[in-house]
Design a protein around this ligand. Structure first.
Ligand code: FAD
Length: 365
């Protein structure tokens, strides 16, 4: 018997577990892989976002804005490698000018520090960049995700929580006021728990179909949106994150960094039917073409395949962007069950704030 079982040991499950175990609750995380944080949590840009792009009333905005501050503070306290690079969002043509203004207005509405900047300011630290106009977000940066995952794991263990690796969630049913949860590790076993939290990311649909009496009408279909990253060998002229104007479903092929100072470009975006992380080398030409629009000096010979990631979207390809979905018994009528779906970007940035948000919901339940 435990207080809380959390399905999924990505940054979201870990951040929730950290908050709850720190509040004195007994928690168990079920993670099917050999290591925590090995799926979407380690296949992303590692960017600490500011919370610019989403409507003001979205959880994506409030949790990102709060998560940004919490993440910088946590990273400093725990000595996690991170850097506030600052980010320029650029219009590469006059036609993109109105889109840039829309992003600026949204950022201001969201109470994010953001401003129009002169061409000279941008070019001083990023020579060779081709653009028409730019806005600057000083609070955007990069964090070392494996370091972040290790720090969360350390905290959870310190607060007495248990991360059960190589353990598959199989099913759950409610028995009076507790859940009976079937698991498969080396053997099959059951856990009973007062609360259950689903943060199984790309597998969330399957997880929900194995929770007795969970209404089908509340299961969001997952749309898998794959992205590729190419790394750039040798020196680049950039010292800030550079984001071209975003598309409907992604923030575009941007300039990002690892914390060793290496530079990479990506991710692109394509909806796929199945989850595989194979790298499509033939995308190189597309990358070179897109990057050349803002960096004509790119040397294609220095661009090499790096890795891929898959966004767990609940937004259909032709639909307007949906918010994170965080649902409680108010939505699905199963008391004690907290269901997270569609935790795509800015999920990494928002993770600590999501942990706090779930703790507040759970303590009130
Ligand atoms: C290409 C890309 C770029 C991104 N860039 C950024 C960025 O720059 N900044 C940002 O803030 N966010 C970014 N994100 C979003 C961010 O990565 C995600 O929001 C975040 O990692 C989601 O974490 P998670 O814990 O929900 O999912 P995951 O990391 O996928 O964790 C889910 C876990 O559940 C486990 N699991 C699933 N089913 C079961 C089961 N039955 N039993 C036991 N365990 C199970 C899985 O093994 C997995 O470890 C990006 C995402 C992508 C794909």
């Amino acid at each position: 018997m435990t207080d809380v079982v959390i399905i999924g040991g990505g940054v979201i499950g870990l951040a929730i577990a950290r908050e709850l175990s720190n509040s004195g609750l007994d928690i168990i995380i079920l993670e099917k892989n050999d290591r925590a944080g090995d799926v979407t949590s380690s296949r992303n840009s590692g960017v600490i976002h500011a919370g610019i792009y989403y409507p003001q009333n979205f959880l994506k905005t409030t949790l990102c804005v709060e998560g940004n501050k919490m993440l910088y503070k946590y990273a400093s306290e725990k000595n996690i490698s991170h850097k506030k690079y600052g980010k320029y969002i650029i219009a590469t043509s006059k036609e993109e000018q109105s889109k840039l203004q829309t992003i600026l207005r949204q950022g201001i509405e969201n109470n994010v520090e953001i401003e129009m900047v002169s061409k000279e300011q941008v070019l001083k630290n990023n020579p060779g960049l081709n653009f028409f106009e730019a806005i600057y977000s000083p609070s955007s940066g990069v964090i070392d995700v494996p370091d972040f995952v290790s720090a969360l794991e350390g905290d959870i263990q310190h607060f007495g929580g248990l991360i059960s690796l190589r353990t598959n969630f199989i099913s759950a049913r409610k028995d009076n006021d507790k859940f009976i949860i079937k698991c498969l590790g080396e053997d099959k076993f059951d856990i009973s728990s007062k609360y259950l939290v689903n943060c199984s990311g790309l597998s969330s649909e399957e997880t929900l179909s194995n929770i007795e009496k969970f209404p089908n009408s509340r299961i969001y279909k997952n749309y898998f949106a794959k992205g590729h990253y190419f790394k750039y060998s040798g020196k680049s002229p950039f010292t800030n994150l550079i984001y071209p104007i975003s598309g409907q479903h992604s923030l575009g092929i941007h300039v990002g960094f690892d914390l060793a100072g290496g530079i990479r470009f990506g991710p692109d975006m394509k909806f796929v039917e199945t989850i595989n992380y194979n790298f499509d080398d033939s995308l190189k030409n597309k990358f070179v073409k897109e990057i050349s629009q803002y960096w004509p000096g790119i040397n294609p010979d220095k661009l090499h395949p790096d890795y891929t990631g898959i966004r767990p979207k609940i937004t259909k390809p032709n639909e307007a962007m949906k918010d994170f979905s965080i649902e409680t018994s108010k939505h699905h009528d199963i008391k004690g069950f907290f269901n997270l779906q569609g935790i795509e970007s800015p999920g990494l940035t928002s993770s600590l704030a999501i942990g706090k948000y779930i703790k507040n919901l759970l303590l009130k339940a």
